[in-house]
Design a protein around this ligand. Structure first.
Ligand code: GLP
Length: 249
């Protein structure tokens, strides 16, 4: 429990964190498989979870871990990037995880990049999460401005999946990968804060000294939409997995 304002915090070298997080995920997958149930995993993109995905792929290859009972929901997707665009989160997930494990691709869900009607597209995503019984474990990263998914500063606790405008800070952070700020999409579709908070467990993963200041704000600052990650302080089963650099403050 972390309603006391003291979130469960796990600090260690990045390698240790990823192994421990993989252990938790694998434990969930196996427990649900034994009960004949699907395990619903919420996934994040960005550079932070890359070693986690590598570890899950390794366990599939070397230890026979199966993803046959796993359903996944990603937090977000850039607007108007085709699924085969290397900068899309659809492509990212296939490259880093889905193409290397035995997951059923039709059970991997990512918010759409194209839609005629943003509201019905967003509601359809929410309905699919509900249809699979909600998210068992949601992995989230943190942006330098405190965003989770693409819930930028100003995103309220009651927000649901929706189309959002990206801040300049977020677009700048992504500019290198896109070969210039002008190529970074201006909008995205993201799970809302409330959508994320409905996950039965949430793990925020942060690594690197450049995340230390925002991690400190997110963990111990006033809970407010100014830093959307602060809402996690109110979750009954949230954990912060930090490497020693990100925990530096
Ligand atoms: C993007 C993603 C977030 C992610 C953040 C941090 O904005 N939409 O979900 O947490 O980047 O990325 P990184 O892990 O590369 O620092």
């Amino acid at each position: 429990m972390n309603n006391s304002g003291e979130p469960e915090t796990i600090v260690g070298e990045a390698e240790y964190l990823m192994i421990r997080l993989a252990d938790e995920i694998v434990g969930g997958i196996l427990e649900h498989a034994a009960a004949g149930r699907t395990y619903v995993l919420g996934l994040a993109t960005g550079s932070t979870p890359l070693p986690l995905y590598a570890e899950l792929v390794r366990r599939h290859r070397n230890e026979g871990l199966s993803f046959q009972n796993v359903v996944t929901f990603n937090l977000d997707e850039y607007e108007h990037l085709k699924p085969d665009d290397p900068m899309s989160y659809h492509a990212f997930m296939r490259k880093e995880l889905f193409d290397h494990v035995d997951i059923k691709l039709e059970l991997t869900f990512i918010p759409p990049a194209f839609y005629e009607d943003e509201l019905s597209a967003a509601q359809a995503y929410e309905r699919t999460i509900t249809q699979y019984g909600g998210i068992d474990l949601q992995i989230v990263g943190i942006g330098s401005n405190g965003h989770i998914g693409f819930n930028e500063p100003g995103s309220e606790q009651t927000t649901r999946t929706r189309r959002v405008e990206l801040t300049e800070a977020t677009r700048r952070a992504a500019a290198k990968g896109f070969g210039g700020l002008e190529n970074v999409p201006t909008h995205a579709m993201t799970m809302g804060v409330e959508t994320i908070m409905e996950a039965r467990r949430i793990i925020l993963l942060a690594t690197g000294a450049h995340k230390a200041a925002i991690v400190q704000k997110a963990m111990s600052g006033n809970i407010s939409s100014t830093v959307p990650a602060t809402f996690l302080q109110d979750h009954s089963s949230a954990a912060w997995y930090l490497d020693t650099s990100a925990a530096g403050r």
